[in-house]
Design a protein around this ligand. Structure first.
Ligand code: TXA
Ligand code: MG
Length: 356
C-alpha cells in the first residue's frame, strides 16, 4: 500500500480494518529497526521509538529539540511489561494500575539497568504508562517493544492532538505518523511518583488528584509547583516542571481569581488592549462568551465541564499562531478535577498571570 508522504513522512491513515492492519505492520517495522513513528494516544500524540535502544532515544531528543535532562515516558502494553522494566512494583502501583490502566496515568518507579540512562535522562527512576487508545495498544503489541514517547511536538510548542499538528511540527523529521483522528482527553497524562512512601503528583492530567486519592485512600502530595505559583529551587522532582511550555507566538494573559471579579478584570484588560489598538484574541468559557467582544473570540467550553476545555485547549492555542493578533486574553478556571490540568497548562503558556 502506498501511503501519502509529506516531506518524507508517511501518513498512515486507515479507513478500514485491512488497511489498519497494514498501517500497524508498516509502523511496527520502522520501530523495530530503530526508527521513529508518531502515534495517537487518548491524551496527545506521542513521538515513539524503541525505549531500550539508546541511539533511537537520542534521536527522539534531537528530532524534538528536547533538553537532554528531561526524561521520556515509556509506553507498554500492560503491567507485565511494565514490571520487567522496574526494580519494584509497590502495592500502590498495582492498585492504580487496576483502576486506571490502560489510561492517562504515568507512574514513576525505580528503573532496572536494562532501561538505558538516556531514556530517563540519567535518573534512576522510569516513568511508565499503558495508553488506552486502541491504535497505541495495537502498535505496542505489533512492535513488541516498549515505546519511549514524549508528546510529538517540537519542544516549547503545544502538544499535538491531531496528526496534522504532528506534521506541522515534525514532517520530514520522522519516518511516519499513524493518524487516529483527534485525541479524546486532549492534555497529557497525570504523572505520579511512587518512589517514596507518600505518592506525589508531578503533573496534573487526565486522571485527577481526587480520583487518585479516592483509590489510594490516602493523601497525594501535590508537587505541581505551577499551581502554587512558586519558583522551583534546586532540582525539581520532575525535570519537565522547570520548562515553560506551550508558549504561543504572542503574549498570553491569564486572568485568574474569583469568577465575578475575574470577569470584570477580563473585560477591563481586553478593553484597555483594544484602546491601545492591539488585536486581541479572547479565549472564554461558554458562560462568559457574551461579556465582551474582540476581533477573535474562541469558546473553550463550559466552566462546569473542564474535560471539554481540556480537549480543545491545545488545538486552539496552536490556531493562535496562525492568526493576525497581538495578544491573547484567557479566562481562568476552577482548579479542581480536570480544571487543575487545564490551569497548569495555561499557567505554563502565560506571559503574565493577572489576579484580582
Ligand atoms: O500523555 C502523555 O503522557 C504523553 C503521551 C504521548 O503519552 N506524553 C508526554 O510526554 O506528555 P512528555 O515527554 O511530553 O512529558 C513527560 C513528563 C515530563 O514532564 C518529564 O519530566 C516527566 O514526564 N518524567 C519522565 N520521566 C520521569 C521520571 N523518571 N521522574 C520524574 N518525571 C519524569
Ligand atoms: Mg511534552
Amino acid at each position: 500500500m502506498a501511503w501519502p508522504i509529506i516531506k518524507g513522512t508517511a501518513v498512515l491513515k486507515a479507513l478500514n480494518d485491512e488497511d489498519e492492519g497494514k498501517a500497524l505492520l508498516y509502523a511496527a517495522e520502522i520501530l523495530k529497526k530503530g526508527g521513529l513513528v508518531a502515534f495517537p494516544t487518548e491524551t496527545v500524540y506521542g513521538l515513539g521509538g524503541d525505549a531500550l535502544n539508546p541511539d533511537t532515544v537520542q534521536n527522539i531528543y534531537k528530532v524534538k529539540q528536547r533538553p537532554p535532562d528531561n526524561p521520556l515516558i515509556i509506553h507498554v502494553a500492560g503491567m507485565d511489561q511494565a514490571a520487567r522494566l522496574v526494580e519494584e512494583v509497590p502495592p500502590e502501583a498495582f492498585l492504580l494500575a487496576e483502576n486506571f490502566w490502560p489510561g492517562p496515568l504515568t507512574m514513576v518507579l525505580p528503573k532496572k539497568n536494562l532501561v538505558p540512562d538516556i531514556t530517563t535522562a540519567g535518573l534512576s527512576s522510569a516513568a511508565i504508562r499503558v495508553p488506552a487508545h486502541p491504535l497505541a495498544r495495537k502498535l505496542i503489541r505489533a512492535a513488541e517493544i516498549p515505546l519511549a514517547a514524549p508528546s510529538a511536538n517540537l519542544s516549547g510548542r503545544p502538544s499535538p492532538t491531531t496528526a496534522e499538528h504532528v506534521l506541522d511540527d515534525l514532517a520530514g523529521r520522522i519516518e511516519a505518523v499513524l493518524d487516529g483522528g483527534s485525541c479524546s482527553v486532549g492534555v497529557e497524562s497525570t504523572v505520579i511518583s511512587l518512589l517514596s512512601g507518600t505518592p506525589a503528583l508531578l503533573r496534573p492530567g487526565g486522571i485527577t488528584l481526587e480520583m487518585l486519592e479516592d483509590v489510594l485512600k490516602q493523601e497525594v502530595l501535590d508537587l505541581t509547583a505551577e499551581r502554587k505559583g512558586e519558583v522551583i529551587k534546586g532540582a525539581p522532582p520532575s525535570p519537565g516542571m522547570k520548562y515553560r511550555h506551550y508558549a504561543p507566538r504572542v503574549p498570553l494573559y491569564l486572568v485568574v481569581g474569583d469568577y465575578p471579579a475575574q470577569r470584570k478584570q477580563l473585560v477591563a484588560l481586553t478593553e484597555s488592549f483594544l484602546m491601545q489598538g492591539r488585536k486581541v484574541a479572547l479565549l472564554l468559557s461558554l458562560e462568559s462568551a457574551g461579556i465582551c467582544s474582540a476581533p477573535v473570540l474562541r469558546v473553550l467550553g463550559s466552566r462546569n465541564k473542564p474535560e471539554q476545555i481540556a480537549k480543545r485547549l491545545f488545538a486552539i492555542l496552536r490556531e493562535m499562531d496562525f492568526l493576525d493578533i497581538d495578544v491573547i486574553v484567557v479566562e481562568g478556571f476552577d482548579e479542581k478535577g480536570m480544571g487543575r490540568a487545564v490551569m497548569n497548562r495555561l499557567r505554563k503558556a502565560a506571559a503574565e498571570i493577572i489576579n484580582n
